[in-house]
Ligand binder design. Structure first.
Ligand code: HWK
Length: 264
């Protein structure tokens, strides 16, 4: 079988678990040379060893906190030094805080989440773009379905994800002159460590997971691998797509549901 991203140098933020891990795995399986980062050491190092054994591509784990601009700069510089160029940046690292109403949310919490989920994507893009322009490369931003349809008790998170979709379109416009494409994916429910963490904060985690599965027309959650394959499509094959938001939602946004919360 021919490799879909052979020898392409790709940076993935937040690559040690969840959707980022799915992206790193799929890219290495398709021949890419991946540099991925995370804050914690152990999971990233274990994934690096596992994927380098399997190939056919390769990966390197770099410890890096994407809320620090110096760390982002080091991640991009290490990649360029190691491989000589950069073809693709996948902005993925981010967080969904526990659900709470606006009345219980501070402006400082809002600002901190904007920095973590949104400004980090801006900084990594800014840092990588001089390299991406040399290669007519591309950026894939990981947003969320809720950036478009909203979500209960999560205004800051929803705002960061909506802004990622808008920033994707703005950068697609700006970078078109250099032949750099900028796209995003919007996953809905994907069973990741973060999803399970949020489920554990509900009274009945198993029930939350069942409800989560039934939120899709397809009756199941998405997988990390499916997110990886969608990102790979945008990076490797979607040569006439820029500024698009690819929904990966199993149809969760379709049809009417029972959503009224007005007390009777
Ligand atoms: C799905 C789990 C109860 C998102 C998202 C991002 C990260 C993790 C999970 C999600 C929605 C979320 C829950 C249990 C409520 C939940 O949508 O971007 O996951 O809402």
């Amino acid at each position: 079988m021919s490799l879909r991203y052979h020898n392409k140098v790709t940076v993935v933020t937040g690559g040690s678990k969840g959707i980022g891990r799915g992206i790193v795995r799929v890219f290495v399986e398709n021949g890419a040379k991946v540099v991925f980062c995370a804050r914690g050491g152990a999971e990233g190092e274990a994934l690096e060893v596992e994927l380098n054994k399997a190939g056919p591509g390769s990966c390197k784990f770099v410890r890096c906190d994407i809320s620090k601009e110096e760390d982002i700069k080091r991640l991009i510089d290490v990649t360029a030094q190691r491989h000589g160029h950069i073809d693709c940046l996948i902005n993925n690292a981010g967080w969904h805080p526990p659900h709470k109403p606006t009345d219980a949310t501070t402006a400082e919490e809002f600002r901190d989440l904007l920095n973590l989920n949104l400004v980090s994507y801006f900084s990594a893009s800014k840092c990588a773009l001089p390299y991406l322009r040399q290669r007519r490369g591309n950026i894939v931003n990981v947003s969320s379905l809720v950036g478009t349809i909203g979500q209960k008790d999560a205004a800051p998170y929803v705002a960061t994800k909506g802004a990622i979709i808008s920033m994707t379109k703005a950068m697609a416009v700006d970078e078109s002159r250099y032949g750099v494409r900028v796209n995003c994916i919007s996953p809905g429910n994907v069973l990741t460590p973060l999803w399970e963490e949020l489920a554990r904060q509900t009274p009945d985690a198993a029930e939350a997971i069942k409800t989560g599965e039934n939120a899709q027309l397809m009756g199941r959650m998405g997988t990390e691998a499916e997110c990886g394959l969608a990102a790979l499509f945008l990076a490797a094959e979607a040569t006439f797509c820029t500024g698009i938001d690819l929904l990966l939602s199993g149809g969760a946004e379709l049809d009417y549901g029972f959503k009224c919360q007005i007390p009777s």
